[in-house]
Design a protein around this ligand. Structure first.
Ligand SMILES: CCCCCCCCCCCCC[C@@H](O)CC(=O)SCCNC(=O)CCNC(=O)[C@H](O)C(C)(C)COP(=O)(O)OP(=O)(O)OC[C@H]1O[C@@H](n2cnc3c(N)ncnc32)[C@H](O)[C@@H]1OP(=O)(O)O
Length: 288
């Protein structure tokens, strides 16, 4: 039996509304539940939603907002405006730095406080999913946010010699452009005034920016390896009274390897979202 799991959201873009129905399955990176084969069908072809009028979309948006609750809507609007502003400040600081100095050396040092603050603040995204005020899967948001926190605090902040690597600029630029687009998308969606170019940017930029960001992150971890091996930082050697050992060098290697299964899942998740939001496709789950 086919089961409709994601309503086409083509017209109104993504409104933050979440409340009706249970939270997404937390144990799958996919937006579809395990054991089900997801089949994509164009709403225009099957007529499930393609003909929805603007009035019904508007009613749907209003209904969603009501269910979400005033407090959650106010909080999310504040959160998204603050995050858009934060990443804009970061973008301006980076452009100004490069224009004044003509080099990327010292860039990370000059913007690190703002970066750390706003990227760490993004941990709230996991909380938003957990308490159900946004419909994103906890696991998808968790992998996305924790990999960023890891890059910021346990790699770039902690391993000073790599801060001037070109790869750091690569992921900084990818993150910054992505987040300005993403948070302004959420903000305008909540305010029901989403310009098409922001929606378009949100669901097209990632096609290039995701691989660029991932390349920047992996190259930065790679550049850190010799230093980590030489210093033995964050590692615990035997013998010790707890009889535990931990090698940060190998941890970094495992983290790099974990991009191989995890990144494609995030990327394909975004491609599915793109088809849903820009092309009005619906996902129909088929139970085995
Ligand atoms: C401890 C060591 C860990 C190491 C792990 C190592 C493995 C790592 C592998 C992964 C690598 C990731 C690397 C990454 O850092 C690289 C980059 O980011 S490069 C830059 C490019 N990146 C991107 O484009 C991704 C950006 N990220 C996202 O889009 C999201 O974070 C993501 C969770 C991936 C996807 O989001 P989602 O599925 O939720 O889609 P939507 O955003 O469209 O949202 C769905 C609905 O929820 C509403 N929503 C969500 N958040 C909000 C909000 N803040 N305010 C209001 N509304 C929100 C949204 O509107 C949608 O609503 P609706 O369904 O009603 O339309």
């Amino acid at each position: 039996m086919g089961r409709l799991t994601e309503a086409a959201a083509a017209g109104g873009g993504a409104s933050a509304a979440r409340s009706a129905g249970p939270p997404p399955a937390p144990l799958s990176l996919s937006s579809t539940s395990p054991g089900c084969a997801a089949a994509m069908a164009s709403s225009e072809e099957d007529g499930t939603n393609g003909g929805a009028s603007e009035a019904s979309e508007e009613r749907e948006a209003v209904g969603k907002r009501r269910r979400l609750g005033l407090l959650a809507t106010i909080w999310l609007t504040f959160y998204n405006i603050a995050m858009t502003a934060g990443w804009l400040v970061l973008a301006i600081a980076m452009v100004r730095f490069y224009m004044e100095k003509g080099t990327h050396k010292g860039l990370y040092r000059s913007i690190q406080k703002t970066l750390k603050f706003f990227q760490t603040f993004a941990l709230l995204e996991i909380v938003h999913c957990l308490i159900g005020i946004v419909p994103t899967s906890v696991l998808v948001a968790g992998v996305q946010v924790s990999s960023r926190i890891f890059m910021v605090w346990l790699v770039t902040h902690s391993i000073k010699p790599i801060q001037n690597e070109e790869s750091v600029v690569l992921f900084l630029v990818a993150w910054t452009v992505t987040e300005i687009t993403r948070y302004s998308f959420y903000t305008f969606s909540l305010l029901d005034h989403l310009p098409y170019f922001i929606k378009w940017a949100r669901y097209n930029f990632f096609i290039i920016l995701y691989p660029v960001g991932v390349a920047g992150e992996l190259l930065t971890i790679y550049a850190a390896l010799p230093y980590v091996k030489k210093t033995g930082m964050f590692s615990i050697r035997l013998p010790n009274k707890y009889n535990v050992s931990f090698d940060y060098y190998y941890f970094l290697l495992i983290t790099m390897a974990s991009y191989i299964p995890l990144f494609p899942q995030l990327y394909f998740h975004m491609l599915r979202q793109r088809r849903k939001v820009l092309h009005g496709e619906v996902i129909v789950e088929k139970d085995d």
